[in-house]
Design a binder for this molecule. Structure first.
Ligand SMILES: Cc1cc2nc3c(=O)[nH]c(=O)nc-3n(C[C@H](O)[C@H](O)[C@H](O)COP(=O)(O)OP(=O)(O)OC[C@H]3O[C@@H](n4cnc5c(N)ncnc54)[C@H](O)[C@@H]3O)c2cc1C
Ligand code: FES
Length: 265
């Protein structure tokens, strides 16, 4: 873990409420793996929780990138940070996604900004797979050109039908799984789901992976305090291999859990 005083190299508006932040953070970048997050101290924020967690979207050379949505006072304050100014960033934190074996067909499923860590994962996969990405409207669909540029198949769903198929991303996934069920390389034994997005989507995916007999690696999004396992602000009920329930910390034990580990309340 590193604490870096990072210079903002780029800070731009993407679409809707989403923004891109590129930071000069060589020590974090060299350690980062897909699915990990950084804890950013927000300038101008007062109170007990001064930092906010964000997944790593890219870690290339000396730089890291974050893709974030302005939803509250922390992200609104972050949006005012100018290029050339500095941000105090801790990380990388968390376990990250397992990198799929070369014989595994990776299926990535994202909701909104959940696409950010999945793009980082796609860049580390030796086999090209399929990205399913969903959102409320076309203004919630990000990074699809990134995936296409590295040869991935991209399937989009929006609730209002403004881009891709109208409806839930899980409906598009179900149709695709049905259509491809007789292909040897897409058999349940040869596929895994990696997902990041809202709880409802993750639970629905977890149910499918358990029913289908394959692994689902789900990145949970919880409110955080310390980010390092000390305050218990981020606990999640989990189940071990002996079927015993226990409380895990999303920041330290996760944020990525296999679907069978998670007990949804
Ligand atoms: C491991 C991890 C990775 C994340 N990666 C990203 C990312 O790549 N990009 C991104 O935009 N965001 C990401 N988030 C979520 C991000 O941390 C929150 O959006 C941010 O903390 C909100 O801060 P705020 O002060 O603007 O909102 P607040 O003022 O704290 O909250 C505004 C509203 O959002 C809700 N909210 C706040 N935090 C969360 C949360 N974590 N999950 C669900 N609802 C929340 C609050 O209940 C409230 O309704 C991640 C969260 C985690 C735990
Ligand atoms: S945020 Fe403090 S224990 Fe996870």
């Amino acid at each position: 873990m590193k604490i870096e005083n990072t210079k903002i190299l780029k800070h731009s508006h993407l679409v809707g409420d989403y923004r891109l932040l590129v930071l000069d953070a060589p020590e974090i970048s060299v350690q980062a793996v897909p699915g990990q997050f950084v804890h950013v101290r927000i300038p101008q924020l007062e109170g007990s929780a001064l930092r906010r967690p964000f997944s790593l979207y890219r870690a290339e050379g000396a730089t890291i990138s974050i893709l974030y949505k302005v939803i509250g006072r922390g992200t609104a304050a972050l949006a005012t940070a100018g290029e050339g100014s500095f941000l105090d960033v801790m990380g990388p934190f968390g376990n990250g996604f397992p990198i799929p074996d070369a014989d595994i067909m990776p299926i990535l499923v994202a909701g909104g900004y959940g696409v950010a860590p999945l793009y980082f994962l796609a860049t580390r996969c030796s086999q090209k797979g399929v990205l399913f990405v969903g959102g409320a409207t076309d203004l919630d669909i990000l990074c699809i050109e990134d995936f296409k540029s590295i040869g991935w198949d991209v399937r989009v769903a929006t609730m209002d039908g403004s881009l891709g198929t109208k409806g839930l991303v899980t409906d598009v996934l179900d149709a695709w799984l049905k259509d491809n069920s007789d292909r040897d390389d897409y058999s349940p034994a040869g596929q895994e789901i990696f997902a990041c997005g809202p709880d409802g989507m993750l639970k629905a995916l977890g149910d499918r992976t358990i029913a289908g007999g394959f692994n689902g690696w789900l990145s949970l999004d919880k409110h955080m305090g310390c980010g390092v396992g000390a305050c218990l602000a981020c606990v999640q009920r989990l189940r071990d291999e002996y079927n015993h329930d226990y409380w895990g910390r999303v920041c330290k034990d996760g944020p990525v859990f296999e679907s069978r580990q998670i007990v949804w309340e």
